[in-house]
Write a protein that binds this ligand. Structure first.
Ligand code: THU
Length: 162
């Protein structure tokens, strides 16, 4: 028996101003589109902005439903839209902004497990990492260099092709 240790690095920025202009502008788009989130049940508002290799930015926000599981997270609204319009263009990065009506979101919110699984599908399809930029309400931004970092041992199509 041997043990394998998995680890990865996050970049932590004190403020948006520490990011490159491209990354900062992407987060500003996520912040803006977050305002259109439909989240009357959780009061947790999320915006996502997807930057594609062709320079296009595709936006999404969380869409809730009275039948709770029928709703969808901001990340999946945005990446599914990106894949629907530009199926063969690589995704470079996704910026995610989260706020709540009821309290201050102090830590940058990380994508849920379903969104990680959905995003890793495209990362593996394009064979290029997708960067994530995460932000709450205190100014701090966390960058993760690849979806595979936050979804180790992911289920993927290799298990379906044996
Ligand atoms: N939500 C997102 O949009 N993205 C995440 O990464 C986490 C959660 C949404 C789903 C739901 O509308 C609300 O936030 C509370 O879970």
């Amino acid at each position: 028996m041997k043990k394998e240790k998995l680890s990865f690095e996050l970049s932590v920025y004190d403020s948006l101003d520490e990011l490159s202009k491209t990354d900062k502008d992407l987060m500003l788009e996520a912040i803006e589109v977050r305002k259109n989130a439909y989240a009357p049940y959780s009061n947790f508002f999320v915006g996502a902005a997807v930057l594609l290799e062709n320079g296009k930015i595709i936006l999404g926000n969380n869409q809730e439903n009275a039948s709770f599981p029928a709703g969808l997270c901001a990340e999946r609204v945005a990446i599914f839209q990106a894949a629907a319009i530009y199926p063969n263009v690589a995704i470079l990065s996704v910026a995610i902004s989260a706020t709540s009506k009821n309290y201050q979101v102090k830590k940058p919110a990380a994508p849920c497990g379903n969104c990680r699984q959905s995003m890793i599908e495209y990362e593996q399809k394009q064979q290029k990492p997708i960067s994530l930029f995460l932000m709450g309400e205190l100014g701090e931004v966390v960058k993760c260099d690849s979806i595979s970092n936050i979804l180790p041992l992911a289920f993927n199509n290799s298990f379906l092709n044996q």
